[in-house]
Design a protein around this ligand. Structure first.
Ligand code: SF4
Ligand code: SF4
Length: 431
């Protein structure tokens, strides 16, 4: 049972009543109801539910705007389809903006007039956040990051133990005691970040990148204070909390004095820090930032590491993470790396910037109440994978790895899911 106070309503409406934000006003008021975006959205495609089209999500937000900020909407709400922000509307807003959108932006590139629909969904999330209606499951992930420094609440001792164990294993594998995973080292070329899923569930992806750094003779380090590349507050719609997390990363870079920040394979983390943080922090970083995907491509291109494409003989396909590819423009680097490390590569249909979201983005993996819907929307991706006939699916994003791993089991795809660093490590030729 929801009982909205006037204060909550005012705070929510303040997000919409932003006359300085010309993008918001333009995109809120421009939908021409052509319907062309419908078939771009995995939620509509999953069960043809007309209430889940991107246009319906745009209209939900626009109808609130009309009700409070236009003459016709204030005077004739019923005729103009204007809707009041009240107790009844909140569950629908939570369901549409949090539960039925991964903010993948595929609809943006299919919209006949180029609306930024994902941006409008994020505005809806910001209103809900302001009014205190972020799903508790997503908020607890943000709270863990705020209170412990990483979204999984991994303790310092647990993290250091894991890294030490991985380092010993790496030294045994390479028969080389100089192979290391350096922690908190000042003045290195690279400060490398991780998705907390790596130390928690997928530690071998840390070893893979450490092996590549060793082969490249890179000067690098990981911070124990701030290694978490993720920022779920960007997706919960709370920019104050997103700013705290992004500031910590920036401060750690400055404290350790590394020349370049290399962001791990994590689509939303890369987007939230590299491309979006300068906007919401309103600052320019005074250090260089790249994703590990670009770094891996650069190592191979420059001859800094050697790889043999004949080691991996299975058929390989690639899942393009929305935040990296459609929203970040990192499209060719992962294809170049795969062209040098595997022999039998096949693209999904569609792929690249038109690729389907796997269904796990925008915080969906954190919101367990939508698990059933998440598996249903993931069927498109499962079918795409099955149609390639691939045995290995590579994706440069740990969030996507998690969703694809669940789809693999749910739809019995019988494939291996790997990060790009794991593929490069498997194809490495060491002196
Ligand atoms: S951003 Fe993606 S999930 Fe959200 S409405 Fe658009 S296509 Fe659908
Ligand atoms: S394609 Fe764009 S203009 Fe057309 S209905 Fe969808 S959001 Fe509106």
């Amino acid at each position: 049972m929801i009982t909205l106070s006037q204060n909550q309503i005012d705070r929510g409406l303040d997000i919409l009543n932003n006359l300085d934000n010309s993008k918001l006003l333009t995109h809120l008021n421009s939908c021409v109801h052509c319907g062309l975006c419908s078939t771009s959205c995995i939620y509509f495609l999953a069960d043809q539910d007309p209430t889940l089209t991107p246009a319906n999500k745009v209209d939900l937000l626009a109808s609130i705007y009309r009700r409070y900020f236009t003459f016709l909407g204030k005077t004739f709400p019923a005729i103009t389809g204007a809707r009041s922000l009240n107790d009844d509307l909140i569950p629908e807003m939570v369901d549409k903006f949090f539960g039925a959108c991964t903010m993948c932006s595929r609809c943006n590139i299919h919209c006949s007039i180029g609306l930024d629909i994902a941006f409008l969904v994020r505005t809806g999330r910001m209103m809900l956040s302001e009014m205190g209606f972020v799903p508790a499951t997503l908020q607890s992930t943000v709270n863990a990051a705020l209170s412990t420094g990483n979204n999984m609440g991994i303790t310092y001792d647990e993290f250091v133990d894991t890294i030490q164990w991985l380092e010993e294993d790496l030294q045994d594998e390479l028969n080389d005691t100089t192979a290391s995973i350096p922690l908190n080292q000042p003045d290195k070329n690279v400060m490398y970040t991780l998705n907390p899923r790596e130390p928690k569930f997928f530690p071998l992806s840390i070893s893979a990148m450490a092996k590549v750094f060793h082969a490249a003779k890179e000067s690098w380090t990981i911070s124990t204070e701030m290694y978490d590349v993720t920022n779920y507050a960007f997706f919960s719609g709370n920019l104050a909390e997103a700013s705290i997390i992004a500031h910590r990363m920036m401060n750690e870079m400055e404290k350790l004095g590394a020349k370049e920040l290399i962001l791990a394979e994590c689509g939303h983390g890369d987007r939230a820090f590299r491309w979006e943080a300068p906007n919401y922090l309103k600052i320019h970083f005074n250090f260089n930032i790249r994703t590990s995907i670009e770094l891996l491509a650069d190592y191979i291109k420059s001859g800094r590491i050697k790889v043999n494409k004949n080691i991996i003989k299975q058929k390989v396909t690639l899942h393009d993470p929305c935040n990296l590819v459609r929203n970040g423009g990192i499209v060719e680097e992962q294809r170049y790396v795969l062209s040098q490390t595997v022999t039998d590569f096949v693209e999904m249909t569609p792929h690249g910037i038109d690729n389907y979201c796997c269904g796990g983005g925008g915080g969906q993996l954190a919101m367990s109440e939508y698990n059933e819907r998440r598996m249903k929307t993931g069927k498109l991706k499962a079918d795409q994978i099955r149609n390639t006939g691939a045995q290995i699916v590579v994706t440069p994003c740990h969030n996507c790895v998690d969703q694809l791993t669940q789809l693999n089991s749910y739809y019995k795809l019988n494939v291996q899911i790997k990060t790009l660093a794991e593929i490069v490590a498997d194809a490495l030729v060491l002196d």
